[in-house]
Ligand binder design. Structure first.
Ligand SMILES: NC(=O)c1ccc[n+]([C@@H]2O[C@H](COP(=O)([O-])OP(=O)(O)OC[C@H]3O[C@@H](n4cnc5c(N)ncnc54)[C@H](OP(=O)(O)O)[C@@H]3O)[C@@H](O)[C@H]2O)c1
Length: 315
């Protein structure tokens, strides 16, 4: 009988099953990097998407399942045969009319409960650097509520706390393109943002090493002034920076809370609070530099003089 099997089949029979990892949030900036990193490390990857048309980008790297993390009945079975869950599920740019409590907390909890039911061994969750100190912010409060549920779960937890993604730093490019960077405070607070690919690699390594909780930042810390300068440099523009007094922040947030829609207030609350929380410098991971990322962004959008930089959302 064995002689009738192909070499591939025989080798598959000899090779022990590779660990399978379920990625939630796989269609997002970080989730896409997580899928590719896990696949690159030789894991079997399963990814949840919420719409059929989101399959194509992930199918080369993962078994793709359509399910709604906000609806527990659709999750039944998604974690069967899975060794670990990685979740970067959360609201950033989405405008579904849902709250951070609905998604960052409750939808992640739905996935966790399904993981518990399926006997999954570990769960890696991406929260926010210094999240435990930033719980006055709605987005962070929902994430930290899920962190507490995860710590209490019988599933082994891994909580990764990134400082800020390079993709979020495009706000500095947008300000530079408009001709002036508006910073809150004196511009001396420091931050070491990280590339999505480097962060995904850090997540895989921290999980493989069994690290329960870790802050993760990029290879270089910049002051806020330096972040703005690097953005002006990438655009070959003369730097103009205005420092706004710290007392303005609560006033602006009050006005936004009263007059702006939730999808504007939520990210603004996070961004302004994080910018006034002092240094956000975590353990350094990865190699990609923000300078190179900005140069690439500007080049991709037609170069330093014509480049229009799309506004992005904070975490
Ligand atoms: N400073 C920081 O520490 C920092 C910085 C940035 C981000 N973060 C956090 O890291 C996580 C990942 O960030 P990212 O930039 O990768 O975000 P992203 O690109 O917006 O990805 C978010 C993922 O969550 C999914 N999602 C959102 N709402 C959903 C809903 N109602 N139902 C089902 N899925 C939903 C998205 O699905 P769709 O693609 O279908 O919308 C996407 O897969 C976020 O939780 C963010 O808050 C932290």
């Amino acid at each position: 009988m064995d002689t009738e099997r192909s070499d591939v089949e025989k080798s598959a029979l000899r090779t022990p099953a590779r660990p399978r990892v379920l990625v939630v949030g796989a269609t997002g900036y970080l989730g896409g990097h997580l899928v590719r990193s896990l696949h690159g490390h030789g894991y079997d990857v399963r990814a949840i998407v919420r719409r059929d048309e989101q399959r194509d980008a992930l199918e080369p790297f993962a078994e793709v399942v359509v399910a709604q993390a906000t609806t527990p009945s659709t999750l039944v079975g998604v974690a069967d045969g899975v060794d670990a869950v990685f979740s970067s599920l959360g609201i950033t740019r989405q405008r579904d009319g849902l709250t951070y409590e609905d998604v960052d907390y409750a939808a992640n909890l739905n996935v966790l409960r399904e993981a518990e039911r399926a006997g999954v061994g570990s769960f890696l969750y991406v929260s926010v650097f210094r999240g435990d100190e930033l719980e006055s912010v709605g987005l962070v409060a929902a994430k930290e509520r899920f962190v507490r549920a995860l710590r209490e779960s019988p599933v082994r937890h891994h909580i990764v706390r990134p400082t800020g993604f390079f993709s979020d730093m495009k706000d500095f490019l947008e300000m530079a393109r408009s001709g002036r960077a508006w910073l809150v405070g004196d511009g001396s607070a420091r931050l070491n943002p990280i590339d999505g690919g480097d962060l995904a690699e850090a997540c895989v390594e921290l999980w493989e090493q069994g690290v329960p909780e870790a802050g993760v930042g990029g290879p270089r810390a910049y002051t806020h002034d330096e972040l703005a300068m690097v953005a002006f440099q990438a655009l070959r523009k003369k730097p103009k920076i205005t420092h706004l007094p710290l007392w303005l922040v609560p006033v602006v947030l009050f006005l936004l809370r009263v007059f702006a829609p939730r999808h504007v207030y939520g990210p603004a609350e996070f961004f302004l609070t994080a910018m006034t929380t002092g240094d956000m410098v975590a353990d350094r991971w990865g190699e990609r530099s923000l300078d190179a990322f900005f140069e690439e962004e500007v080049a991709a959008l037609g170069g330093a003089t014509t480049g229009a930089v799309p506004a992005t959302r904070p975490g």
